[in-house]
Design a binder for this molecule. Structure first.
Ligand code: 9GP
Length: 823
């Protein structure tokens, strides 16, 4: 066949500016009934998005076709209650390779492409790191040409929008669908039924075998909505399939006819509540019936969908695991284990042992947290009322598990109690992490330290029984979104230096090392950072009214607000600097802009008080004439993926200061370092591996280690004694306690202060002095601009390990045993 030139090829597939212009115009005119000359920003945005989506699905249909002809290929099903996808337009244009072509195409319309990118709202279907990780993994799976589907819930309302009023967080409903979401396609013809409640009964089937039937009390429809996920510069297009709950019968005419209008829609309202709203708790589940319903709802939809497709492609139930590798993203989807068992046993007639083998070979489980309050349990009563058949299956799994433990450890009843799927202490409840371990062939943590702690502390008994099932897969992030899309300046500079292969081969960044001592390159590196800081400064002024100076050191902590993440430690340092300036206004200090961002769970009082504390410090410091602009404190509202894309590229210093042993991995730490920020951090989560990679001389380390934290607590940690013995610490704590930061309510911050003085479970006071000293080292390096730039370049050059492509390769090789399928 004759080969097409690049230009010809692009014209035929409609990716050149002229074809794109025509496609956008046609969508505007024929699909939306708008004249290009008078189209609004949203009209134009939708038209561009549809034109892009057409091109994604063009690949998508081909990818699906490919799978049809490869019934032997294994597909990854990533089961996750959260997918925090972020804005789609720019990322899709980058992956398609048509960002510039579309920019050119849009010159013919009243709104340019950047205006449209800026206009796009993101679907906030996740709380934080866990949901964003799922989104990065989908990008990498497609880029590595691994067939995959992300299964989750299409929440009508995502994570709340955060406003700051009078310094406090206020939560507003996130109506992300209100202007239309152009990236998805609803597939009502692929709907499945999900059942709840009722009773079970035994019966004998035609072959004389004992079977169980579930007579459910309620039936709900799950309707899939598909979003195409295109890999970077490849033809593979996977799917994110999110399920929306719909009533089987949405309108009850019997009630309507007798005049009961409210009753006529009641059933619909109650059913559709299932996919109504995302629970806004990060790492602290609430044992609410609706949440269990959500979990079972999407998991049942997913497993039924997978079984249906397996059988349609000619498979049989006993070979399900040949086709599917399913990953449980935390315990939220762990009810998939008894659900697959139920379908194989009750609907497809497999015997227990065969069904159990298929189930274990299908699932892998990733643990994302050690926080005891975050390890999910469900009360047996609630579980049994909603899922009576599944409770029976869980009991049978447990009976066999406990028998096994007794065989290996005769007489060790303590171990039996610890490992049981049922926690019998107090109100009986099901330990979902144990269920996930029992039903999986592989269990992994998300950073080396986290996996170690998981193996030695939380799941030690499981490791003793099945050591070869435990793995570590260190998290990663996608460099396409977090570098190419969000930091075009830096990306362009890197590409000019080392070529354009790095976004899909991130280890190639290593070649930047040889530019670290090039004064010219350093100057350009600084120019890029400065431009990014100007952009952030403008956004800060627009969102908060606070004026900040791009020449100051941008010191940034953005992540969920949580005591273990220690935003208050950062505040203590701020107040230390402030008090120094007050004592000597002529002091020569490094000017800093300290930026905070992140949401607090609405019911987490102390976290919300921490936000108020940050804004109160801002009010005290920002306009103080003694400070003269050398210290600025900003709380950037409504931190989400879109805001992150402005913030990460502009940061000089990345705050990763959790108490050692608490942050499973962190992924913000990676996004900052990939954008040239230097980390100040503890030996926690992936910080440890980041430091190993970038070199200890390019990382500001402080604080107790996880072991030291444990020992210190065991020895009887007394925060009060630390306070008494450190006059600087005493000064700042007393300042907060004095009411100077809250004249309208002098005791406002008392709960925070008392928590630190009398309990301090996260060792804030114990790490205070080390943190302040370490910040002095930050200042010293900052004063040497050349040395700082060098360290910044070396950080980026050595971060290749933290591409989510590497993480996904690890999962593919060690856990899923899947291969790419190439067009
Ligand atoms: O808290 C962890 C965070 O450290 C990690 O980076 C992220 C992705 O693995 O998961 C978070 N865990 C949760 O949100 C709930 O387990």
């Amino acid at each position: 066949a004759e080969s097409l030139s690049d230009a010809e090829h692009r014209t035929r597939t409609g990716l050149d500016p002229e074809s794109l212009r025509r496609a956008v115009r046609d969508h505007l005119f024929y699909f939306q009934g708008r004249h290009p000359a008078t189209a609004s920003v949203n009209d134009c945005y939708l038209a561009v998005a549809y034109a892009v989506r057409d091109r994604l699905f063009q690949h998508g249909v081909q990818s699906l076709d490919l799978l049809l002809h490869r019934p032997d290929a294994r597909i990854v099903a990533y089961l996750s209650a959260e997918f925090l996808m972020g804005p789609q337009l720019a990322a899709n244009l980058v992956n398609l390779g048509i960002l510039d072509a579309m920019r050119e195409a849009m010159t013919a319309f009243p709104h340019d492409l950047d205006r449209l990118i800026d206009h796009e709202e993101e679907p906030g279907l996740g709380n934080g790191g866990l949901g964003r990780l799922a989104a990065c993994y989908l990008d990498s799976l497609a880029t590595l040409e691994v067939p995959a589907i992300g299964y989750g819930i299409r929440y009508e309302f995502g994570i709340f929008n955060q406003q700051i009023r009078d310094g406090w967080q206020v939560e507003l409903t996130d109506k992300w669908l209100h202007l239309g979401y152009p990236w998805e396609i609803a597939r009502p013809e692929r709907a499945v039924e999900v059942r709840f409640g009722g009773t079970t009964e035994g019966y004998t089937d035609a072959d004389g075998r004992y079977r169980v039937r579930w007579n459910a009390a309620e039936i709900v429809m799950g309707v899939p909505h598909d979003t195409p996920i295109l890999g970077y510069r490849v033809k593979t297009c996977n799917l994110l399939r999110l399920w929306r709950a719909e009533a089987v019968q949405s309108f009850d005419f019997a009630s309507f006819n007798v005049g009961e209008y409210g009753r006529a829609v009641e059933q619909q309202v109650s059913t559709e509540t299932i996919s109504k709203v995302l629970y806004p708790n990060d790492a602290s589940p609430q044992g609410k019936a609706l949440r269990l319903k959500q979990q079972y709802f999407f998991v049942s939809c997913a497993i039924q969908d997978m079984l249906r497709s397996h059988i349609r492609f000619g498979g049989t139930p006993d070979t399900f695991h040949h086709r599917w590798a399913a990953q449980l993203n935390d315990t939220h989807p762990a009810v998939a284990v008894p659900e697959l068992m139920r379908l194989l046993l009750d609907e497809h007639g497999l015997e227990w042992d065969a069904a159990w083998e298929v189930t274990q070979k299908t699932f892998g489980y990733t643990n994302h947290t050690l926080l005891p309050e975050a390890l999910e349990t469900w009360s047996v009563d609630l579980f049994g009322a909603l899922l009576p058949r599944h409770l029976e299956i869980v009991y049978e799994i447990n009976r066999r598990l406990v028998d096994g433990v007794r065989r290996v450890y005769p007489g060790d009843e303590g171990r039996v109690r610890r490992m049981s799927l049922i926690d019998e202490s107090g109100r009986r409840s099901i330990r979902m992490a144990h269920l996930a371990c029992a039903g999986s062939h592989a269990v992994n943590g998300v950073a080396a330290l986290h996996t170690d702690l998981l193996k030695t502390q939380v799941l030690a008994d499981w490791v003793a029984m099945r050591p070869d099932r435990f793995h570590n897969v260190t998290n990663g992030v996608t460099p396409r979104r977090f570098m190419v899309v969000s930091n075009p300046g830096l990306s362009g500079l890197i590409t000019a230096a080392i070529g354009d292969g790095w976004p899909s081969r991130l280890e190639a960044l290593r070649e930047l090392e040889r530019f670290a001592d090039d004064p010219d390159f350093r100057a350009r590196w600084r120019d890029v950072k400065r431009e990014n800081k100007q952009r952030l400064a403008a956004a800060i002024e627009q969102r908060t009214g606070i004026v900040v100076y791009p020449d100051s050191l941008f010191d940034v902590q953005v992540k969920r607000i949580h005591e273990y993440k220690r935003q208050h430690l950062n505040v203590l340092h701020l107040l230390t600097l402030y008090r120094r300036l007050k004592a000597d206004p002529s002091l020569d200090i490094v000017p800093r802009t300290v930026v905070f961002g992140g949401k607090a769970a609405p019911g987490y009082f102390i976290a919300k008080l921490m936000i108020k504390l940050v804004t109160a410090v801002g009010a005290l410091v920002n306009d103080d004439p003694d400070v003269r602009g050398r210290l600025k404190v900003v709380f950037f509202p409504n931190f989400n993926v879109k805001v992150g894309q402005i913030i990460y590229p502009a940061a000089d210093l990345s705050e990763q200061i959790s108490t050692a042993g608490q942050e499973a991995s962190g992924t913000g730490n990676m996004k900052f370092a990939l954008n040239g920020a230097i980390t100040i951090g503890t030996l926690d989560g992936a910080n440890i591996e980041i430091r190993d990679e970038v070199g200890p001389e390019n990382f500001f380390l402080f604080g107790l280690t996880a072991d030291e934290v444990r020992l210190r607590k065991a020895a009887g940690y007394d925060p009060r004694a630390v306070y008494e013995s450190n006059p600087v610490l005493r000064g700042v704590i007393d300042l907060i306690a004095s009411g100077a930061l809250s004249p309208d309510d002098p005791s406002r911050f008392r709960p925070l202060v008392d928590g630190l003085l009398w309990h301090d479970p996260f060792m804030v006071l114990a790490d205070f002095q080390a943190y302040v000293d370490c910040q002095a080292q930050v200042d010293a390096l900052w004063r040497d601009g050349e040395a700082w730039t060098r360290a910044s370049i070396l950080n980026v050059a050595r971060m290749g390990k933290f591409s989510s492509d590497r993480s996904i390769r690890d999962y593919c090789e060690r856990i899923w045993h899947v291969e790419p399928v190439r067009a």
